[in-house]
Design a protein around this ligand. Structure first.
Ligand code: 5GP
Length: 207
């Protein structure tokens, strides 16, 4: 069976990065490393956190149609390299993209069978605290991120699932449940089941 394309997005400060890290610690997901034109933050490693590119390099890759999606976020470009993610899905791996909302909506157009999960903060107050506690941001970028986070929450209705990030542990459990449910969806498994005279291919659904 093909793997799932799981798109995790939501406003800045909702905790999607922490959730994805926790998901990866326990599971054999394939996480896509994005390309970006923003400067690396302290401790970030090229090829692990992001592929750090110049604007020219990034634009060349757009011209070569190398991205599944790309978007301009807070003045920098971010994009999901296409070929490795699609290959991993073909090979049965579940692929996670942690991307912004514009990017998620673009993926939804080209890959509607993806699983689109919106991460919500427990409250706007908590969202503000989380953004403020990011030492890497300047006061201006804090304000920009908070304002756009406020607007972005309206996009939740475009997603398949909404997960409130009260605690990372609970949010991760909910995402696991979503993935198990998605693997059981009739539109994903009906061909296999109908092809199999033996009946349901149990291990493929619950592995
Ligand atoms: P940061 O600069 O804090 O690492 O990321 C800023 C925003 O860009 C976050 O919302 C993050 O999810 C988003 N982002 C990271 N990679 C990608 C990508 O490949 N595509 C898109 N559209 N957004 C991305």
């Amino acid at each position: 069976m093909k793997g799932l394309l799981i798109v995790i997005s939501g406003p800045s400060g909702a905790g999607k990065g922490t959730i994805c890290k926790a998901l990866l610690e326990e599971n054999d997901f394939w996480i896509s490393v994005s390309a970006t034109t923003r400067q690396p933050r302290a401790g970030e490693v090229d090829g692990a956190n992001y592929y750090f590119l110049t604007k020219e390099e990034f634009k060349k890759r757009i011209d070569y149609d190398d991205f599944l999606e790309y978007a301009e976020v807070y003045g920098n470009y971010y994009g999901t390299p296409k070929s490795n993610a699609l290959k991993a899905i073909e090979n049965g791996r579940d692929v996670i993209l942690e991307i912004d909302i514009q990017g998620a909506l673009k993926v939804k157009e080209s890959y509607p069978e993806g699983v689109f999960i919106f991460i919500l903060p427990p409250s706007m107050e908590e969202l503000k605290n989380r953004i403020i506690n990011r030492a890497s941001e300047t006061p201006e970028s804090l304000m920009t991120r908070f304002k756009s986070a406020y607007k972005e929450i309206n996009y939740v209705s475009k997603y398949n699932y909404a997960v409130v990030n009260d605690t990372v542990e609970e949010a991760v459990k909910k995402i696991h449940s979503i993935i198990v449910a998605e693997r059981c969806r009739v539109d994903r498994v009906k061909d296999k089941i109908l092809d199999s005279k033996e009946g349901i291919i149990h291990e493929q659904l619950y592995d």
